[in-house]
Design a protein around this ligand. Structure first.
Ligand code: IMP
Length: 423
């Protein structure tokens, strides 16, 4: 069965752990969008591995791991990540990168950093990894792809078009330094060496031969950060939704059998943007400390809040989610009361929203309508079977299933591979 793992909230839902679990049965794992803005943490035998670009399935050593055309890659970051894995004794010989993936150039990170640090209004709170500017150039058709690094003629022709436009913008719009062609060619030579052992020009053969095997598609970020369906403009610049797997991997949509939405038992968000169930109080702090909610990529403290069934129902719809993996349920072990937001109320006129209102500029007028659940007040981190979970915990999970209309098939009760309950 071919599955897509999709973040169902604002990213950081624990996708890496679920991907790692599902990767056991996969022959090919494909990362389909995003770049090194993602931070995926996997704990194996008490050792923590942090991934940004490379599918965590690489840890198994016997699976093909492919970084697809829908991704954007910052070469130095990629190199650092690969070298870190090699240092840890991980076999990376089956890591493959699509020649169609886009390259994040230094001017992309410079522009991202500049815009983020000088914006007074409309700040997005990006990871400053050049993601937006790289995708902007891709869609403006002035981006560089990995395959360009291996043809001097192509590269030269492309740079003659790209650089005059880029330099004009860098200098006149941002007041940043321009790049000479020689400088960029030198950089590209370095990048060509970095990618050489991994670039997969035979990717069509790889996809062809894997068609009848088991494929796992690994999403980054989350549905609410999707550029088309998320809390725009407070989003990333790619499509983390299930549909993104089809465009970003090279396979069509019919190859997908299941879309696993990974959600936390509560909600977190980093960066700016609306978040109706956000808790700016002791409870929010408690969730952050128990759940250790700090960004893997930026170290920023994450904003925390109660589970929001309104955005989750929306994520089930637009993300194409067919089942849910609920993570960090153990964070509530010592809570007396657990709340779930079932609808939004407009404070101006009392209007109730059961469906997600996509105009995020009016979210400041919304307040959550909560229902309350009794906590289970016991340690569930060692539980292996669903039936052994405390009654209040099972009730809570059953209610979430009812609200979302899809089953919760995986419950995670701790960071280790072993701390996972399959229903
Ligand atoms: P960018 O992707 O760096 O452009 O950032 C855009 C928004 O997406 C910001 O709010 C980031 O904090 C958020 N974001 C990007 N990647 C992740 C992630 O992996 N987890 C959570 N939030 C992310």
């Amino acid at each position: 069965m071919n599955k897509v793992v999709v973040g169902a909230q604002w990213g950081d839902e624990g996708k890496a752990k679920i991907t790692d679990l599902l990767a056991q049965d996969a022959d090919l794992i494909i990362r389909y969008q995003g770049g090194c803005n993602a931070g995926h943490t996997v704990v194996v035998d008490n050792k923590t591995f942090k991934f940004h670009l490379i599918p965590s399935g690489i840890l198994y050593g016997n699976k093909d791991c492919f970084i697809g055309a829908g991704t954007v890659i910052l070469p130095e970051y990629f190199e650092e990540e690969v070298n870190g894995l090699i240092k840890d004794g991980i076999d990376v010989s089956r890591l493959k990168v699509s020649p169609l993936a886009s390259i994040t150039m230094p001017y992309h990170t410079e522009v991202d950093g500049f815009v983020e640090s000088t914006a007074t209004k409309g700040k997005i709170g990006t990871t400053k990894k050049g993601i937006g500017p790289t995708y902007t150039d891709k869609y403006a058709r002035i981006g560089l792809k990995i395959q360009d690094l291996y043809s001097k003629e192509t590269l030269s022709e492309k740079l003659d078009v790209i650089l005059p436009i880029k330099n004009k913008t860098l200098e006149q719009v941002y007041g940043l330094k321009p790049y000479s062609k020689e400088q960029v060619l030198e950089l590209c030579e370095k990048y060509a060496k970095i990618f050489e052992p991994y670039v997969c020009f035979e990717w069509q053969d790889l996809l062809e031969k894997s068609k009848d095997k088991t494929i796992l598609f690994e999403g980054a970020q989350g549905v609410m950060l999707d550029v088309d369906y998320g809390t725009y403009p407070f989003v990333t610049s790619s499509n983390p939704i299930g549909g993104g797997a089809a465009t970003g991997s090279g396979y069509g949509p019919k190859i997908i059998d299941e879309v696993v939405g990974v959600a936390k038992a509560y909600v977190t968000r980093v960066g700016e943007g609306p978040f109706v169930t956000e808790l700016n109080d002791e409870i929010g702090n408690k969730i952050r400390e128990i759940g250790y909610e700090y960004g893997v990529t930026t170290g920023r403290p994450r904003r925390c809040g109660w589970f929001d069934a309104v955005t989750m129902r929306y994520a089930v719809l637009v993300g194409g989610l067919t089942t849910i993996a609920l993570t960090k349920v153990d964070v509530f072990d010592q809570f007396d009361e657990i709340k779930v937001c079932t609808a939004y109320k407009d404070t101006r006129n009392g209007k109730i929203y059961n469906s997600y209102p996509t105009d995020v500029y009016m979210h400041k007028y919304l307040e959550p309508v909560y229902e309350s659940h009794q906590g289970w007040k016991s340690n569930i981190t060692g539980i292996k079977n669903y039936n052994e979970l405390p009654e209040n915990c099972k009730k809570y999970l059953a209610r979430l299933e009812e609200l979302l209309g899809v089953p919760i098939s995986i419950v995670s009760v701790g960071p280790d591979r072993e701390q996972t309950i399959i229903k």
